[in-house]
Write a protein that binds this ligand. Structure first.
Ligand code: SF4
Length: 611
């Protein structure tokens, strides 16, 4: 809604451009805009200590009206803006808010904290709901991404554009304006140590595991990934939390209807591009998940999980019923509070405890253990083994790259902080781990060192906060030639959920205006529907609308990526290089090694200018 700033200049004016939803006329207009502007001014003051004046025009505003908010004082120093990167103690993620408009930046406590306050900061709520407040909610209905404002991210890079050349067009083509069109850009990628997997786009899903949001949306996500030609990652603990799980006398999986459903749903529309990976953690290994998916489903690829970007403890979910909490505890999970203790039973009975947390264990990595596990999985019959690591320290990153190289793994996904999640502790999400931009810069540097040592580096994917094609382009360019794809968690889940909800709204005749302005039928609403009907014929009825949402988003992503690639004269992904980027800040240049904007291609320019 308004321009924002980082580091550099603080703008002396903001423009508030009203969209259809925000355009209100008549008697309510004045107070409506007063509220928006007051909130806006508060936000601005919060971050910059600047004072800005109310716009002159504040009533009877229609769509597209521009309200100009002008600074009432001198711009604040840059230092005051970047000093604090996150204010704790209140966030929509935890359903909390400060009572006061003035808040101490580091503590997040209101400058005037009142005895008698009726809420609703995190400390206030934690005073009677305790550990519940650690988690974003409501569980099963949301995903969250931490909003700590790390000093450097991919917005500190820009993509070079050129007026000459075209790299990567098929051999023999006469290069010119008629052949080098952006729709001719090839966005296909592949990964693997030898038996490679092709994908139509350089993106794949985050790990959709045992969280409720992954379970209820799986059909949409899986079919959407299959028809879009990308890989889907089935996360950890799916067998372990399956209510229909049957174990043998040794505690190994003999039947998991939920895992069966996940694999068969993806395969129904799989067309040779992308694949389904199943992730394993400590509990999955104990339960024999790998043996089950290999023997029953002949799955090609398994993923070892060391960690993720959102947290540095094991995966977790919430459990609402006492019976289920006891069942999961008996299956070997850590369930807190202990559903078998007398005090927990009493608190659950009285209604004070309404839910339980099911946690996975921490892993303990050793070189020997890793290679033994790789050998075991290859003996079980997996053709490919991938590894996912989190935003751990440099040492664990070095371990992942070095061990991964020696073990000839097929893909290493490196997930930076903060990462998105269906359930992770909110403070941990914000405050742990190496942020994505820094982690990828380190990873690339380590790859160069391994290469110099004569070692082959496995194909890499980056994860942790990606949602659009420009940042995917930047990650592939910055990490070239090692990075083959980007793992996109929440960004690929949203279209699945939007499509699913449109289906529901059509059925209940309850389409919101934001959708119904495009039409009221599936044919009118989804721009790609007829294209899919042409391709799949009568099978179109088997494709859930969430999948159509993912496909439609994938087509937008593809077109946007093709445009960026054509502008930088790259007609296939393998020609994208670090030279296609410039750093907009010296800090980003120092971290990434990408030349600062005033130095990028300077010598070449001087050659043209002065030769
Ligand atoms: S208890 Fe109330 S007044 Fe005190 S910091 Fe929390 S929200 Fe603010």
């Amino acid at each position: 809604m308004f321009c924002w700033y980082y580091g550099g200049q603080i703008p002396t004016q903001f423009y508030l451009i009203l969209t259809t939803e925000e355009a209100v006329t008549g008697s309510k207009a004045s107070s409506y805009y007063q509220k928006i502007v007051t909130t806006l001014l508060f936000e601005i003051r919060l971050f910059s200590n600047a004072s800005y004046g109310y716009p002159a025009k504040i009533g009877n505003c229609g769509t597209g009206t521009v309200l100009t908010i002008i600074s009432g004082g001198p711009p604040p120093s840059i230092w005051s803006v970047v000093m604090n990167l996150r204010r704790p103690n209140a966030n929509e993620a935890t359903g909390t808010v400060n009572r006061s408009r003035d808040v101490v930046p580091m503590s997040g406590i209101c400058t005037r904290c009142m005895d008698g306050c009726k809420g609703n900061c995190e400390i206030w709520l934690s005073s009677f709901r305790g550990r519940e407040v650690l988690y974003p909610g409501p569980f099963g209905e949301i995903t969250t991404g931490a909003d700590k404002n790390y000093p450097i991210d991919y917005s500190h890079l820009n993509i070079q554009g050129y007026a000459v050349g075209a790299k990567g067009l098929p051999e023999g083509i006469d290069i010119g304006p008629d052949t080098a069109v952006f729709s001719a850009v090839n966005t296909e990628t592949e990964y693997g140590w030898g038996r490679n997997v092709k994908m139509r786009l350089p993106i794949f899903t985050g790990a959709l595991g045992s969280t409720e949001i992954a379970r209820v949306n799986w059909e949409h996500f899986a079919v959407g990934a299959a028809i879009s030609g990308i890989t889907i990652v089935c996360g950890e603990n799916v067998c372990g939390v399956d209510p229909g799980l049957r174990l043998d006398s040794k505690g190994k999986v003999v039947e998991s209807p939920e895992m069966d459903r996940r694999i068969t749903t993806y395969r129904k529309f799989h067309e040779g591009y992308g694949e389904m990976l199943v992730q394993m953690n400590v509990e999955d290994t104990r339960l024999g998940t790998a043996e089950y998916v290999a023997s029953k489903h002949n799955l090609d690829t398994i993923e070892l999980k060391w960690g993720q970007g959102a947290k540095c403890i094991g995966g977790e979910t919430k459990v609402k019923s006492l019976e289920r909490a006891i069942e999961l505890k008996k299956r070997g999970y850590i369930v807190l509070p202990d559903p078998l203790s007398n005090e927990t039973l009493a608190a659950f009975k009285s209604g004070a405890i309404k839910e339980f947390e099911r946690h996975s264990r921490l892993g303990f990595l050793t070189r020997e253990g890793f290679f033994e596990e790789i050998d075991r999985l290859r003996e079980i019959g997996f053709k490919r083994i991938t590894l996912k690591t989190g935003a751990y320290s440099m040492v664990e990153l070095a371990m992942a790259l070095r061990y991964g190289s020696e073990a000839r793994i097929d893909l290493l996904t490196i997930d930076g902080a903060p990462g998105g999640t269906g359930m992770s502790p909110w403070p941990m999400m914000n405050e742990w781990g190496i942020p994505t931009f820094y982690l990828q810069s380190l990873a690339r540097d380590f790859c160069e060192k391994l290469l110099k040592k004569g070692m082959r580096v496995p194909h890499l994917a980056m994860a942790g906060g990606f949602s659009d094609e420009p940042n995917v382009f930047k990650a592939l360019a910055m990490g070239s030639p090692y990075f083959r794809a980007v793992c996109m968690g929440r960004g690929l889940m949203i279209p699945g959920m939007v499509g699913k909800n449109i289906e529901r709204w059509i059925t209940t005749n309850d389409l919101p205006k934001s959708v119904s302005k495009y039409g009221t039928t599936v044919e009118q609403i989804f721009v790609c529907y007829e294209e899919l009907r042409e391709k799949y014929g009568s099978r179109i009825s088997e494709i859930p609308m969430g999948a159509i949402g993912i496909y439609t988003y994938a087509q937008r992503f593809k077109t946007g990526l093709q445009q960026l690639m054509a502008g930088s004269r790259n007609f296939r992904l393998s020609t994208i290089s670090r030279g296609d980027l410039m750093a907009l800040t010296e800090g980003a240049s120092k971290v990434s090694g990408i030349p600062y904007v005033m130095e990028a291609r300077y010598n070449e320019a001087m050659g043209v200018l002065l030769d």
